[in-house]
Design a protein around this ligand. Structure first.
Ligand code: MN
Length: 236
């Protein structure tokens, strides 16, 4: 078999402590998975269950285990928001996965930013339009290196984001409304998960605007850190 045009580059994530790369397939995201963030977005976390949306796989921007990634400040927004999130990388396919089996489908964990053109999202919500142009734009998913699952103890992990050395977001992974196993179980009822799917699990409160030149440092206890530098779009 031959291709008419060369196949596109394979999106990937680095893996801490080993030279092999993790091939990224699809990016799934969970909405409103921390109660305080649901409230700051005007939703009622007791009434509205979390839900899923997606970004293209090639929206991923992979950071090396100790590296800084550069992200072009995206066009068409005056209100680019950061959302720091625990990222789960699926290593084994499954559908209708039971919550008790869900963690056996995880290859590893990372920390990422679900970058959001909040002004476009607000307009889309108001018009009952889709969110893709608010959420699925180029380079909208910078992500740290993955840590293999068996190396992450996960006990009482904190999730934090600093912008220009000032704390913006802070929370506890234990405060996820749907924990990782439940996220995988529910998502696998809607789509067939497979190796390479990555899941952004939702953001704690404190989402706010980024401007060109900002430096964001995202961390989850025990996972490789993520440093993102935002340039002006025209500089790229
Ligand atoms: Mn998010």
């Amino acid at each position: 078999m031959t291709w008419i045009l060369p196949p596109p580059p394979q999106p990937f994530l680095y893996v801490a402590g080993q030279p092999g790369l993790f091939a990224v397939r699809r990016i799934w995201c969970v909405g409103r998975n921390y109660a305080a963030h649901a409230r700051e977005m005007g939703a009622d976390p007791d009434r509205e269950p979390p839900f899923f949306f997606a970004k293209p796989g090639d929206a991923i921007v992979p950071a090396t285990p100790d590296g800084t990634v550069t992200v072009p400040y995206p066009p068409k927004t005056l209100n680019l928001h950061h959302e720091v999130e625990l990222v789960v990388a699926i290593g084994k396919a499954g559908t209708n996965i039971a919550p008790a089996d869900a963690l056996s489908h995880v290859f590893g964990y990372a920390v990422g930013l679900d970058l959001t053109r909040r002004d476009l999202q607000a307009a889309a919500k108001k018009a009952a339009h889709p969110w893709e142009m608010a959420k699925g734009f180029d380079a909208s998913a910078p992500c740290s290196a993955l840590l293999p699952a068996d190396q992450w103890p996960d006990t009482q992990a904190r999730i934090e984001l600093d912008v220009n050395s000032t704390r913006r977001q802070e929370g506890a992974i234990d405060d996820l409304i749907w924990p990782v196993a439940d996220v995988i179980a529910h998502l696998s009822q809607f789509v067939a998960l497979a190796a390479g799917d990555v899941i952004f699990t939702g953001t704690p409160e404190g989402v706010a605007a980024l401007v060109p030149g900002d430096v964001a440092v995202a961390s989850v206890t025990g996972l490789p850190e993520l440093t993102v530098r935002f340039t002006a779009a025209e500089a790229e």
